[in-house]
Write a protein that binds this ligand. Structure first.
Ligand code: ATP
Length: 444
């Protein structure tokens, strides 16, 4: 297995020119202030795996904020600083995001029983990270540009595709790392090392999850459910006995059984169908999966989940509304063999894309899936030619009836009864003859 101390060859091979120049500029800017600058974390991991990672994490030995301000000025970037944490985020004009953190020289007093040790600040920064695969750095100062900093034999673990914590108290310190381990394992087809696996099981059985109000839990779960294929990770959550923690109300029922996997796979199919057709349209996959996971439980279970994990009220309301409405609609549609486009339109109109994909995942009858795909691919784009302004120009007096009239015209359009402006006007005059509307009739 290859072990690299200097990564210049890989850097040249794998990164594009603008990124290499950016790394060099960061090194130069650090030299000017006599700080050390390092690229760290996922960026280094992915570089060694020869995978693209556009998030650049920088650690500064020195004053990270001062450095970030300098760098932002040089690169004409926008900057946001968090003085209290010594961190800053720089957004470059081309959209590149650089996170800057400060590594301080500190005494490490943990675990309490051991003597206090002094660590160099980058070493301490790396020691505090989640897993060895994420605990490497690349120095950027010109004199040492491209040097790999690997204190904990991390490169070896990366080569072995092994996920290991840096110390035994890692999950006690931050239990959300359990979710991260599962996410990395599933995404990169790595394996959580046996000892780390034992520490995870211990942490779970010690119920370290008293504090679900830590926003990191939900953020990590959301990331798991946003992966390309979250199903293996969801299975792994069950294997690590995390379902009772995530969905305690579902405990007696929720098993990774055939029915459960079926709905997850249906969700996955709906999402990939949508992605194929509408590459650029935003869709929160995690919402579709969360709804699918909760599909066999009453609304209250989702409500309880949202409040337990401190999901922002707006998102929680939206999730619950989509669940209720999609399930009701799926039911309704499954009882009808033939259904007019206009009916489908009004039934599905209020659902978000996530709700629509959830509806498709739920569908046990083909007609339900067809109705939803018809709505997504066609019906939702259909508009009338005539607008309120046209109605006025045609002599109708504005009033509450306008909406009704326009909706009638839209129905006709959806059901293929009219096809253009002229036919809409003809239908308008037939259905609403000028003198039939007391309030909205044309002015003289
Ligand atoms: P991704 O490709 O998913 O973005 P990443 O490794 O870049 O992977 P981030 O969540 O962006 O993941 O975190 C960036 C870095 O911060 C990680 O590589 C890791 O070193 C560190 N990190 C993130 N979360 C934790 C945590 N809970 N505990 C310790 N270190 C963490």
């Amino acid at each position: 297995l290859e072990r690299n101390r200097n990564l210049n060859t890989i850097i040249i091979e794998c990164l594009n020119k603008p990124m290499i120049e950016l790394l060099q500029k960061i090194g130069l800017a650090a030299d000017e202030l006599q700080f050390n600058a390092f690229a760290v974390g996922g960026f280094v991991r992915d570089l060694l795996l020869k995978k693209n990672n556009l998030d650049l994490d920088i650690v500064i030995e020195g004053d990270g904020i001062q450095f970030a301000k300098n760098l932002a000025r040089k690169l004409q970037g926008r900057i946001k600083t968090h003085e209290r944490f010594g961190t800053a985020m720089i957004m470059l004009p081309d959209g590149t995001k650089i996170d800057v953190a400060t590594a301080r020289l500190e005494y490490y007093e943990y675990p309490a029983a051991l003597p206090t040790v002094e660590l160099s600040s980058i070493k301490l920064d790396l020691y505090r990270r989640d897993f060895t695969i994420n605990a490497m750095a690349i120095q950027l100062n010109p004199e040492h540009f491209g040097t790999l900093i690997d204190f904990f034999n991390c490169q070896n673990d990366l080569n072995q595709r092994s996920i290991k914590v840096l110390h035994n108290l890692s999950f006690v310190e931050d239990p959300s790392r359990i979710f991260r381990a599962i996410r990395f394992e599933a995404r990169m087809a790595f394996e959580i090392a046996p000892h780390t696996r034992r520490l995870m099981h211990n942490a779970v059985s010690m119920q370290l999850f008293g504090k679900t109000d830590d926003p990191r839990f939900f953020s990590e779960l959301k990331q798991i459910l946003s992966e390309e294929d979250p199903v293996p990770a969801i299975r792994r959550l069950a294997e690590f006995n995390l379902f009772p923690f995530l969905w305690p109300e579902l405990k007696p029922h929720l098993k990774v059984d055939r029915r459960f996997l079926h709905i997850l796979h249906q969700a996955q199919r709906a999402i990939s169908w949508f992605r194929l057709l509408y590459l650029d349209e935003p869709c929160h996959n995690w919402m579709v999966y969360l709804l699918a996971i909760m599909s066999r439980s009453p609304d209250e279970v989702l409500t309880a989940f949202c409040s337990r994990f401190q999901i922002p009220q707006k998102i929680a309301d939206r999730l619950i509304w989509q669940k209720t409405h999609a399930e009701k609609t799926a039911n309704l549609l499954s009882r009808r063999e033939i259904i007019a486009n206009s009916e489908i339109y009004w039934l599905l109109k209020e659902l978000s894309i996530e709700g629509l994909l959830y509806l498709m995942a739920l569908a046990r009858k083909n007609q339900v899936k067809k109705a939803a795909s018809n709505y997504v691919t066609a019906l939702r784009y259909i508009r009338t030619d005539l607008t309120g302004d046209d109605l006025m120009a045609l002599g109708y007096r504005p009033g509450p009836e306008f909406k009704m009239i326009l909706n009638d015209l839209l129905d006709a359009r959806l059901d293929d009864r009219v096809h253009n402006r002229e036919e809409e006007i003809a239908l308008l005059h037939r259905t609403y003859p000028p003198d039939s509307l007391a309030a909205a009739g044309p002015h003289a």
